[in-house]
Design a protein around this ligand. Structure first.
Ligand code: ZN
Ligand code: ZN
Length: 264
């Protein structure tokens, strides 16, 4: 069975198709998904979806691209992270691509998420774009290695991967690794230790080949696994098993017995 370690199934386009998506997940043996929070306004509906579905888990946090949205304190994040199916803090991090100008608020927000993760002992889901140097610096300054986590939708260099691995982080690959143009990233994907590898869709974005440009959903994570198997010269079964095991090891609050197959 596969696990999609990062998706946004609560976004309206996907939420409206949930029954069909669950059917496709079961057909493709994608038994589990982590629904990742991007802001607190939409969080109650995300939690409602997660609470209603065995095999779904949630994170809590505010994405760096959301500028005009309630910014939680460390205490509030810690309190919300206490809900039973919340297994991670994020997605958090830095994004200097979509937003420019004085982004000190982004860095402060990121620091608060790392502090909340350390306080709860729950791992971090980190988003970084055009900001790798500052992302790594803040991870170091705030002691992110103590809780670890995942560099999600990884698109950075080998050096950034190595620095994150040294800080106890996992590396998660999305559909981008299936793109023809992603040569450097494919090389990174062959170098990540097997026990630090995760797979994700980041759906509704970034559908893998052969669905590139179309809407993405968690059932398509199998194409990321197939590409990693090809690049690493192993069976797709071993990528499925290893990435699922890694998911359990990292997100310790996941109930290993639950999956979307329970209702099939
Ligand atoms: Zn992201
Ligand atoms: Zn995301």
């Amino acid at each position: 069975m596969y696990v999609d370690s990062h998706c946004h199934l609560n976004f309206p386009d996907l939420a409206a198709q949930l029954p069909e998506i669950l059917t496709r997940m079961r057909t493709n043996w994608v038994g589990r998904a982590l629904l990742v929070s991007v802001n607190l306004t939409d969080w109650p509906s995300l939690m409602a979806m997660v609470d209603a579905q065995p095999g779904f888990w949630a994170s809590v946090g505010v994405h760096p691209d959301y500028e005009d949205t309630p910014d939680p304190s460390v205490d509030e994040l810690v309190r919300l992270a206490g809900r039973p199916k919340v297994v991670a803090i994020g997605e958090t991090g830095l994004d200097y691509y979509r937003l420019t100008g004085d982004l000190e608020w982004q860095r402060e927000r990121f620091r608060r998420h790392i502090r909340a993760a350390r306080e709860t002992g729950k791992p971090l889901i980190i988003h970084t774009r055009s900001a790798a140097e500052d992302t790594l610096r803040l991870m170091k300054e705030e002691g992110a290695a103590e809780v670890g986590g995942v560099m999600h939708c990884f698109t950075e260099s080998q050096a950034v991967a190595d620095a994150a691995l040294a800080m106890n982080f996992h590396i998660s690959f999305s559909g981008i690794v299936t793109f023809k143009s992603a040569r450097d990233l494919q090389a990174v994907a062959t170098s990540v230790p097997a026990d630090r590898l995760l797979i994700e869709t980041d759906s509704p974005y970034l559908a893998p080949v052969p669905f590139r440009g179309k809407q993405n959903d968690p059932s398509k994570v199998i194409h990321v696994a197939e590409k990693l198997a090809e690049l690493r010269g192993v069976s797709v079964q071993s990528i499925a098993d290893q990435s699922t095991q890694n998911f359990f090891n990292l997100f310790k609050h996941v109930d290993r017995n639950a999956s979307v197959m329970d209702e099939a």
